[in-house]
Design a protein around this ligand. Structure first.
Ligand SMILES: Nc1ncnc2c1ncn2[C@@H]1O[C@H](COP(=O)(O)OP(=O)(O)O)[C@@H](O)[C@H]1O
Ligand SMILES: [Mg+2]
Length: 437
């Protein structure tokens, strides 16, 4: 028997017993009056708590439990227990939901959820960025009212989502490329996943350009070489002419060798580990080498001055640093007409070390400066070729310096000369003890 029945029966029995006792001891009338008073009191008590319960259910306040004696206290307590359990369940579901949302927000890809009418139910921040959406404002909006590109509308309506869609001109600057794919789920719902592949496309294009450039660079000397070979086979040449042709052929072969060598250097730089930061370079030997190479390349046609702090050095790979700084010095000589001046500086500055080469040469137009470190980029093709350049020198310089955490700075004025400055960070800069006398 349940507790409510039990208590009701007990109270009715008690009332009956009390009335019988009063009826026997006092009078039947008194027993009747007592019964009516007690029944009225009980009815009032129960009406009061019914109303209390009504108010509680009407505007529940979590945690507030009215107190009452007897069965009503029991009812309030049970109601509170029930509310507490539900509250805990709701909180658990809420936490799971928020963790789920956080996980999707952390995804590097855009995620948008569409309902069965292709209206936006939810989207993460990346998706907002990709499609220019606003998760709050655009809630319940039809996605094709917001993403109006005909390709996208066609794709969404095609219901064939095995392949992804490439969308160009996206993002706030209309310069991004997205790869978009729809995944149907649930009851006619759709998940729209998007990925920004701008960088991927750019590297792909760069790789294609690079292969085309290499082929072109090698094809030119090869064509010239084949031409000479044909001439030598078909024309009767005297000894002097033969010698001249062989010399020209040797020049073309050497040009191809230089290009291939530089390409191999670049490939090696790209694949190698970062240079050690605890290996000191013998900077004195490097500077001596640079000076020797500069003087022999110039053959006294330029005024060359070296102003160096011999004790100053940096950490990293010596051959790489020699090749990078050497490139800057040889460029200065190659692109400075005879009689010009070249000045090389190697000094400490602000905790770091600074290498600079200043020449009084041809200078570089401002528009070309940002592109100098691109592979095969030359300001003046014929001059670069005449001086034996491959167009890869500054690309190698950029790579080596990046690997050594150093910065390259180019200042130039057309017709007046240029300064190439390399700044090494403090943590790569060191001092050598002076050599014993
Ligand atoms: N000191 C300089 N003065 C003028 N132009 C320069 C100088 N250094 C580099 N350049 C320009 O930058 C281009 C790229 O240099 P680099 O990558 O070393 O290739 P290159 O093999 O042609 O020397 C050169 O072709 C030249 O036009
Ligand atoms: Mg060069």
């Amino acid at each position: 028997m349940n507790i409510i029945w039990a208590r009701s029966i007990v109270s009715v029995v008690l009332l009956a017993v009390l009335c019988v006792v009063v009826g026997a001891l006092v009078s039947v009338k008194a027993a009747l009056v007592l019964a009516i008073v007690l029944l009225l009191a009980q009815s009032f008590f129960s009406t009061f708590h019914k109303q209390q319960l009504w108010r509680l259910l009407d505007a529940p306040v979590y945690g507030e439990v009215p107190s009452a004696p007897g069965i009503w206290g029991e009812i309030y307590y049970r109601l509170h227990k029930l509310a507490k359990r539900w509250h805990a369940q709701v909180r658990q579901v809420e936490q799971q939901h928020s963790r789920f949302i956080q996980a999707i927000q952390a995804s590097p890809n855009g995620v948008a959820m569409l309902d069965d009418h292709d209206q936006i139910e939810w989207c993460n921040a990346i998706s907002e960025l990709h499609f220019g959406l606003d998760a709050k404002r655009d809630l319940r909006q039809h996605i094709t009212h917001l993403v109006r590109q005909p390709d996208f509308v066609r794709y969404l309506n095609s219901h064939r989502y095995e392949e992804m869609l490439i969308m160009r001109g996206m993002g706030d600057k209309r310069q991004n490329v997205l790869s978009v794919q729809v995944f149907p789920y649930g009851e006619n719902r759709k998940l729209v996943l998007s990925q920004d592949i701008t960088e991927l496309e750019r590297t792909d294009a760069m790789r294609r350009d690079f292969v085309a450039n290499v082929s072109h660079e090698l094809k030119t000397p090869l064509t010239v070489l084949s031409g000479f070979l044909e001439t030598m086979r078909e024309l009767p040449l005297n000894e002097a002419e033969r010698g001249r042709y062989l010399e020209l052929m040797e020049q073309q072969a050497s040009r191809m060798r230089h290009i291939v060598n530089d390409l191999l250097v670049l490939a090696k730089l790209e694949g190698d580990n970062k240079p050690p930061s605890d290996q000191m370079i013998d900077m004195r030997a490097v500077l001596r080498h640079l000076k020797h190479d500069a003087e022999s390349l110039s053959s006294d046609h330029h005024k060359i001055a070296f102003d160096v702090d011999e004790g100053l050095t940096v950490t990293g790979v010596e051959t790489e640093i020699l090749s990078a700084l050497g490139n800057l010095v040889t460029n200065a000589i190659r692109y400075t007409p005879d009689g010009g001046a070249i000045r090389v500086n190697w000094q400490a500055s602000g905790g770091g070390a600074v290498f600079s080469v200043t020449d009084s040469g041809l200078g570089i137009p401002a528009a070309d400066i940002p592109r100098l470190t691109e592979r095969f980029y030359r300001v003046d093709r014929s001059r670069s070729r005449d001086t034996g350049g491959t167009g890869l020198g500054l690309a190698i310089v950029k790579h080596v310096l990046q690997r050594h955490d150093a910065q390259l700075e180019v200042k130039s004025e057309e017709g007046r000369g240029s300064t190439f400055t390399v700044r090494f960070p403090t943590y790569r800069t060191a001092r050598r003890q002076p050599a014993p006398a």
